[in-house]
Ligand binder design. Structure first.
Ligand SMILES: *[C@@H]1O[C@H](CO)[C@@H](O)[C@H](O)[C@H]1NC(C)=O
Ligand SMILES: *[C@@H]1O[C@H](CO)[C@@H](O)[C@H](O)[C@H]1NC(C)=O
Ligand SMILES: *[C@@H]1O[C@H](CO)[C@@H](O)[C@H](O)[C@H]1NC(C)=O
Ligand SMILES: *[C@@H]1O[C@H](CO)[C@@H](O)[C@H](O)[C@H]1NC(C)=O
Ligand SMILES: *[C@@H]1O[C@H](CO)[C@@H](O)[C@H](O)[C@H]1NC(C)=O
Ligand SMILES: *[C@@H]1O[C@H](CO)[C@@H](O)[C@H](O)[C@H]1NC(C)=O
Ligand SMILES: *[C@@H]1O[C@H](CO)[C@@H](O)[C@H](O)[C@H]1NC(C)=O
Ligand SMILES: *[C@@H]1O[C@H](CO)[C@@H](O)[C@H](O)[C@H]1NC(C)=O
Ligand SMILES: *[C@@H]1O[C@H](CO)[C@@H](O)[C@H](O)[C@H]1NC(C)=O
Ligand SMILES: *[C@@H]1O[C@H](CO)[C@@H](O)[C@H](O)[C@H]1NC(C)=O
Ligand SMILES: *[C@@H]1O[C@H](CO)[C@@H](O)[C@H](O)[C@H]1NC(C)=O
Ligand SMILES: *[C@@H]1O[C@H](CO)[C@@H](O)[C@H](O)[C@H]1NC(C)=O
Length: 544
């Protein structure tokens, strides 16, 4: 821990950049003289016209269906820790994250009106040790939709189970859903999770090999219609209105699995005009995939660009066949199969999360739902203590915070994000605009720096040099996302704040021993330089 203190103090000291000197007065906003090699990267004054604004609540979460009661609690014992963490994100991005309640277990769930508990889950360890493969939910499950104020939800239904019991189960659950999900708290519905894997899933084959896009669309529409009828029968009329009866779909696992997204669209998925967002899922790789490493797979901008690039291509192909809905990542995280210990739960994964989310935003993927589950290795937080994991804020959450801080208040202005290409695959930069005005620059260094080794090297620093419009001249404030190294799983801060459970139950707690609000000069010609220790990110707040 001493290393941390020393490091951060040396960073502060280094922020009197060797390449810059102030003129005589050395006061805020005064002109300066530039010395030496600068080679700055130019940041445009306004965003590229092809970039569209992100949706509000860009930083959102997908919560594994079976574990939603752990995350939200119930009427008697609301999970206030989760609530605090969601509020922190609201305080940066202007509105609370949206919550999609879904995932693999959404497609296992059956509803039993007589079940006394929220869930009755049975694990089949040969299929997964991470979630129940058999799941029943009862009326009490829906209590969990009432614990968080001012939160909007997407509720998922089971499409995978294809028999009359499952079909009746959907219809029987609707009256309970609409008792708690009202006009305000209901965002959308979702029918089925990753149906493009129904023919191939390792968790159980759910459809014959001949099942194709036409079949999927037909089943989707039939079950969606059954929900509408149930809403008309048992719920307030407005929930069944054309304006409010909206879905996210198709929630495919990938861009090229056993159902093709474009063919699905062409088969008339939205012929009922009740889809609000085109939702797709993404994981950078798999937890047990050979060759997956922190440095090569996650802290690798090239890899992120390639992974998101497949969605950008899909989006373009869909557009070409008339799909004009906003495209979102309705479920995503670092490594599928709930993440890999030492990678997905590390600070390196938090840095990956910043790069991934901002790269999505820069390519018109308008909202990102980071997937969560109890005991999941990639989770942003563990909502309760189990016999596997202690309750707590996990490293990836700090990445969520940094993304929300980078975007700023999305409810106040249209926010656009532009990628600023840098040379190396271990680094990335983004400019963020409120309306047409440049507000912030996020710089991410992803050179792997391990501190938990016997003889850690001195942590190298890289000076990143940029030019911004001269209207930004003066002082800029640097907010750092930092930890001891990319292998750290705790001791992480954003601008000097910890959000750890044990300090203030997830509320921000300013640590006295980490620097915050560093100032750097922005020259009259718009030049500035910011130094980043390896494995850290810096959000530069400009005064343009
Ligand atoms: C900084 O303060 C926090 C909270 O008091 C403490 O947990 C941590 O060990 C401190 N770090 C150092 C380097 O002193
Ligand atoms: C930024 O400028 C400094 C000082 O001139 C220089 O040493 C450094 O190499 C530059 N950084 C980059 C990434 O070019
Ligand atoms: C804007 O982005 C588009 C698509 O990436 C690119 O083709 C175009 O050159 C960019 N325009 C400017 C002015 O950078
Ligand atoms: C975001 O902006 C809206 C509209 O200006 C304002 O009402 C709200 O208080 C702001 N929220 C935050 C967290 O700054
Ligand atoms: C819970 O589910 C299991 C089957 O997985 C079943 O045997 C058991 O009776 C169920 N418990 C209740 C209370 O319904
Ligand atoms: C079940 O799937 C088959 C084959 O895809 C389809 O023909 C049938 O309509 C489905 N049944 C129900 C109840 O959804
Ligand atoms: C799906 O299969 C049916 C029956 O073979 C066929 O009529 C339909 O055109 C197929 N749909 C697609 C999208 O290939
Ligand atoms: C739904 O409405 C039907 C018809 O009015 C009624 O018979 C049924 O009891 C209602 N279900 C619930 C759970 O309220
Ligand atoms: C999609 O997957 C098939 C094999 O299943 C492969 O032949 C094809 O090249 C892939 N297409 C893209 C665009 O990746
Ligand atoms: C980063 O990802 C790219 C694209 O997948 C790959 O070619 C490259 O080898 C990766 N870099 C490292 C260091 O593994
Ligand atoms: C851990 O907790 C789960 C769920 O409460 C329980 O089923 C399991 O038996 C426990 N395992 C151990 C080793 O205590
Ligand atoms: C560029 O990346 C390589 C490894 O991929 C690393 O050795 C080198 O230090 C990096 N350079 C900078 C300026 O980050």
């Amino acid at each position: 821990m001493t290393l941390f203190r020393t490091l951060l103090f040396s960073v502060t000291a280094a922020s009197a950049h060797p390449a810059w000197i102030f003129d005589g007065t050395n006061s805020i906003g005064t002109p300066y003289t530039r010395l030496g090699d600068f080679d700055p990267v130019s940041i445009p004054a306004a965003p590229n016209g092809s970039i569209e604004p992100v949706l509000s609540s860009f930083v959102s979460f997908s919560i594994e269906f079976a574990f939603f009661p752990d995350f939200a609690g119930d009427k008697q014992i609301p999970n206030t820790f989760s609530d605090n963490l969601l509020n922190n994100l609201r305080d940066f991005q202007g509105s609370r994250p949206h919550i999609r309640v879904g995932g693999n277990t959404q497609d296992y769930a059956l509803f039993d009106p007589d079940l006394k508990t929220a869930t009755n889950g049975t694990y089949i360890p040969s299929i997964s040790q991470d979630y129940p493969r058999i799941l029943t939910i009862g009326p009490k499950y829906f209590d969990s939709y009432t614990t968080w104020p001012n939160t909007r939800f997407i509720h998922g239904f089971n499409l995978a189970k294809n028999d009359s019991v499952a079909a009746a189960s959907i219809v029987r659950s609707v009256p309970y859903a609409c008792r708690v999900l009202n006009r305000k708290s209901l965002l959308y519905w979702e029918m089925g999770n990753e149906p493009d894997l129904f023919k191939t899933s390792a968790q159980g084959i759910m459809r014959p090999a001949t099942w194709n896009e036409t079949d999927y669309v037909k089943e989707w529409q039939t079950k969606v219609a059954s929900v509408k009828s149930a809403l008309q029968l048992n719920c307030s009329a407005d929930l069944a209105s054309d304006a409010k009866f909206k879905w996210i779909a198709p929630s495919f696992a990938g861009t090229n699995n056993s159902l093709n997204p474009v063919k699905t669209w062409e088969a008339g998925l939205d012929s009922g005009e009740n889809i609000a967002r085109f939702s797709s899922h993404n994981y950078i790789g798999g937890a047990t995939q050979p060759g997956v490493t922190l440095a090569g797979t996650l802290m690798n901008h090239t890899k992120t660009v390639a992974s998101v690039g497949a969605h950008n291509k899909e989006q373009a192909s869909l557009k070409a066949v008339g799909m004009n809905l906003d495209y979102i990542m309705g479920e995503t995280n670092s490594l599928y199969n709930q993440g890999k210990p030492g990678l997905s739960n590390s600070f390196g994964a938090a840095l990956w999360g910043v790069d991934f989310n901002l790269y999505c935003a820069s390519t018109n993927i308008k909202q990102v739902y980071m997937h969560q589950g109890t005991d999941y290795r990639y989770a942003s937080w563990q909502p309760i203590t189990t016999n596997k994991t202690t309750v707590g804020t996990k490293a990836p959450y700090y990445g969520n915070i940094a993304v929300a801080a980078a975007l700023g208040n999305i409810t106040a202005n249209e926010v656009r994000v532009q990628n600023i290409p840098l040379k190396n695959e271990t680094e990335a930069a983004y400019s963020i605009y409120a309306g047409e005005t440049l507000k912030r620059v996020m710089v991410i260094n992803m050179n792997q720096y391990n501190y938990s080794v016997e003889a850690p090297i001195k942590r190298p620093e890289i000076a990143y040099n940029f030019t911004v419009p001269s209207s930004c001249a003066g002082i800029a404030w640097v907010h750092r996302l930092i930890a001891n190294g990319s292998d750290a799983i705790t001791g992480i801060t954003f601008n000097g704040n910890s959000y750890n459970y044990e300090l203030a139950e997830g509320k921000p707690k300013l640590l006295g021993n980490v620097t915050k609000d560093e100032s750097i000069p922005v020259g009259s010609d718009g030049g500035f330089s910011v130094e980043l220790p390896w494995s850290s990110a810096a959000l530069v707040q400009l005064a343009c």
